[in-house]
Design a protein around this ligand. Structure first.
Ligand code: ADP
Length: 260
């Protein structure tokens, strides 16, 4: 082998080694999230059981402050329960994925609408799509992705009835899918942080949520080899965009082993 051939081989070996290390640490993190959230459920159930007992026996029978404190504790327990459930779901994105198959995104769109029937009619929303492509991936995860983005578009609505559009544009190597709405919009200062776990723009917001929906979307998109971002201004609606590669071979980020 020539001198430069040697050098190439060395670089290749180094890259492979760091790739293996990254995969291992990623798997460890997934397992950590799974075990942590799974094991947190038992003591939380214990706490909530006792606070519910307290509420049942003493609410309205002691003083106003005690009632308030019991109520606040119950609310926090409920929030923590949702956060743990979401964390578990996040840890399962890789481990419980099926093998990639061709997925008609029109069907994923229809399936997500079915799950959002109630908020769509309550908000008198119009949710439409242009003809969407068929791409390789996990059908349940594509449905979840559209469900989370359309669900957010409904939740963060403005004063006018929500108008939500899902469109697709074909590039040379990838498709870009957009989910646009006419809701409250997002100040550019938050465009990156909203994708972080448990981050919300208004953490004390009256709207329910744990701030993990977009983190899940990002995880799903990334494991399919794509990117996700938002284009928006405050009060001007938001457009979430994600790319999905046009693959002919296997997906590069697909996990090889199922851990849980
Ligand atoms: P959650 O809805 O539980 O807070 P997400 O991770 O889905 O969690 O969203 C994070 C934050 O991003 C939300 O709290 C909200 O402030 C903002 N956001 C997400 N989608 C939209 C949207 N379509 N319009 C305006 N703000 C949004």
């Amino acid at each position: 082998m020539s001198h430069s051939g040697d050098h190439c081989q060395q670089l290749y070996d180094q890259l492979e080694a760091s790739n293996r290390a990254l995969k291992a640490s990623n798997l460890e993190l997934q397992q950590f999230a799974y075990v942590a959230s799974h094991d947190l459920q038992a003591p939380l159930r214990h706490i909530s059981g006792f606070v519910e007992l307290l509420a049942r026996r003493y609410q309205g029978k002691t003083d106003e402050k005690a009632d308030l404190w019991i109520g606040e504790t119950l609310k926090s327990v409920e929030l923590m329960r949702s956060m743990i459930a979401d964390l578990l779901e996040y840890s399962r994105v890789d481990s419980q994925a099926g093998d990639p198959v061709p997925v008609d995104l029109n069907s994923a769109f229809e399936a997500s609408l079915l799950r959002l029937k109630a908020p769509i009619s309550e908000n008198q929303a119009s949710v439409t799509s242009e003809s969407l492509p068929t791409l390789m991936g996990d059908p349940a995860q594509f449905t979840q992705l559209l469900h989370n983005l359309i669900g957010n578009a409904l939740k963060y609505r403005g004063p006018a009835p929500p108008e939500i559009k899902v469109t697709a544009e074909k590039g040379e190597r990838e498709w870009t899918i957009s989910v646009s709405d006419n809701g409250i919009g997002i100040d550019p200062a938050y465009h990156r942080t909203i994708f972080l776990m448990f981050e919300r723009v208004y953490s004390s917001s009256k709207l329910p949520g744990t701030g993990i929906g977009l983190t899940l979307c990002q995880r799903i998109v990334q494991r399919h080899g794509g990117r996700i971002w938002v284009e928006s201004e405050k009060d001007e609606g938001a457009t979430f965009k994600f790319t999905l590669p046009i693959h002919s071979g296997p997906l590069p980020h697909w996990p090889t082993g199922k851990s849980t």
